[in-house]
Design a protein around this ligand. Structure first.
Ligand code: NA7
Length: 530
């Protein structure tokens, strides 16, 4: 088996399949392990899922021995955890760093993948794409960029050496999760910070805090229950959905619940009422609450107004979970430029020019995000049956069966791919669920004497229709988001993740198993066996 990517998904795949006796090689383009956590080294980078949940669940000893220091772990701490996991399970010996897959071709006679890299070729029965959902950075090509005399950085490709921002005038373009995490920390370092905002965001406070020994002991005493709660929750975060509608409760009660969620729940605020992502008027109540919070936090009313998201539902773009983002705009050395009022005209030699004039800068940081979900899958060329490339197959948007398999691409599996809950969930839990499920699928193939497993075209078409139908019943498609493919000009606009939730999705997977992996075709070396 060749696995592409040595982040959490690739390492978990390696461990699981090696334990089952397969020869597994992981190829990784970066010089180190960790995937997104290897490259997103910008100041302030941290996870927006709680540490105890954003961790691997397959080994109880690992759970017990690792000590998280904060409720939301920083990037360096997560990377240390990845390194620990790699050492603990002796994973490094099968990881080939600094190796990029350039092309993979399916051999229909041999039922094998021929994998080409920039450091030699591989042949494997199975090809697993564990390339992540947010790993290809979106690098804007702004007019005049090449004229800028200072330094341009991207949050998702942050330099490994220390970047000293002391005394620098810094401009940040982008106010998604990365920008929102970066801004308060950069403001402490830079002599002056200017934030260029295109779309305001409904950011929720993280309420981050150190983890005490008592808290750690408490979680560790009941870890299996916590994991089970997460698996049974729609988000994979363990939050129990509130069965009430936001519209059916008295205003005071609603405000009290929002207030409580606001100060405790982080991402779980989105689940305060079951219909926040289903009903526009229910959603408005949460959006109004957040706008009022922004007004409370930001002293200058004009700046507060500019920071308030409007015109798209709360949650339809992934909400950032911040630590002091809005409050940062109360500093004298931080400015907000609203690019809707004063659009960016060009990058100049000395900074950024908008219609309101030039802002002089020493450093520009692009916090402009990623070519989400499909970027890394379509970067190399993947050639399936009859010479069809994945790019051709997906020219109108990604098509998968269950987010795992692709018709016409036998023995190719995607971990947490488009069509799975992936980015709408605790992705670590979704990754582990996929790896274990694929293990069961390949066991079934072995029992059948099959060496070729392929999603059928009909199963794929039905799943794509189901994913779209479920998304259309929600408010998710009502924003220009990366869920929709709206983040990259020219990308097909299709809703990519499955909105049915972790729990609902698990039921689907269980049903497919109960129906003898319905939707997959199992073929032996010579003949179809099922
Ligand atoms: P996001 O969430 O995609 O945010 C990117 C931000 O950059 C967003 O505010 C964009 O505005 C802005 N952007 C993108 N391109 C441009 C250009 N050309 N000009 C101006 N502004 C631009 O990426 P993040 O890295 O913050 O977060 C990704 C995920 O990482 C996050 O959801 C978590 O899961 C962790 P827009 O909204 O498109 O108007």
């Amino acid at each position: 088996m060749v696995v592409v990517g040595a982040g959490f998904a690739g390492l978990r795949t390696l461990h699981t399949f090696r334990e089952r006796g397969l020869d597994v090689a992981v190829i990784e383009a970066n010089a180190g392990l960790g995937g997104v956590w290897y490259v997103n080294r910008y100041p302030g980078a941290r996870c927006d899922v709680e540490s105890y949940d954003y961790s691997l669940s397959f080994d109880p000893d690992l759970e017990q021995e690792w000590r998280w220091s904060e409720r939301y772990a920083t990037q360096p701490e997560i990377l240390r955890y990845v390194e620990h996991v790699a050492d603990r399970f002796d994973l490094r010996r099968d990881v080939h760093l600094d190796t990029r897959m350039t092309r993979s071709t399916y051999d229909e006679q041999a039922h094998r993948w021929h994998v080409e890299t920039d450091d030699g070729d591989w042949s494997a029965r199975y090809l697993v794409m564990a390339t992540g959902q947010l790993s290809v950075t979106k690098q804007p090509q702004l007019q005049g960029q090449e004229d800028f005399r200072g330094r341009i950085l991207h949050t998702g490709a942050w330099p490994h050496e220390h970047v000293d921002m002391t005394g620098r005038r810094v401009g940040v373009i982008g106010t998604g999760s990365s920008g929102t995490q970066l801004v308060p920390v950069l403001a402490e370092q830079a002599s002056h910070l200017t934030v260029f905002q295109r779309t305001p965001n409904y950011s929720i406070p993280a309420n981050n805090a150190p983890i005490t020994d008592e808290q750690d002991a408490e979680v560790k005493a009941t870890y299996p229950e916590r994991r089970e709660r997460a698996r049974r929750s729609p988000s994979g975060l363990g939050f129990k959905p509130n069965k009430q509608s936001a519209r059916e409760v008295a205003e005071d009660d609603r405000r009290a619940l929002y207030e409580q969620q606001w100060t405790t729940a982080g991402f779980g605020f989105l689940l305060a009422y079951y219909d926040l992502m289903l009903d526009e008027r229910a959603n408005d109540t949460a959006a109004d609450f957040i706008r009022a919070k922004i007004a409370e936090k930001v002293d200058d009313p004009t700046t507060a107004e500019r920071l308030m998201p409007r015109g798209y539902p709360f949650g339809a773009k992934r909400p950032p979970v911040d630590s002091g983002y809005f409050e940062t705009f109360n500093r004298d050395d931080v400015d907000l430029v609203d690019m809707r009022e004063t659009p960016l005209e060009r990058i100049t030699e000395h900074g950024i020019r908008t219609t309101a004039g030039e802002v002089e800068l020493d450093t520009i940081v692009f916090a402009t995000g990623f070519d989400a979900m499909t970027g890394a899958l379509l970067k190399p060329e993947i050639v399936g049956r009859d010479g069809l490339t994945l790019r051709e197959h997906w020219n109108a948007g990604p098509r998968t069966y269950l987010g795992v398999g692709v018709a016409g691409f036998p023995n190719l599996f995607v971990i947490a791919g488009p069509g799975s809950p992936s980015l709408l969930s605790n992705v670590l839990l979704s990754i582990e669920a996929h790896v274990d499920w694929i293990a069961g699928l390949l066991d079934h193939a072995a029992e059948q004497g099959a060496d070729e497993v392929e999603a059928s075209g009909q199963a794929e078409a039905d799943w794509v229709a189901h994913v779209n139908e479920r998304a259309e019943a929600t408010l998710y498609p009502r924003a220009a988001s990366y869920y929709m493919g709206a983040e990259v000009p020219g990308k097909p606009q299709v809703f990519m993740p499955y909105v049915g939730g972790v729990r609902g999705y698990r039921r689907v997977l269980e049903k497919v198993v109960a129906d003898d992996y319905d939707g997959f075709r199992f073929t032996g070396a010579r003949e179809a066996v099922a």
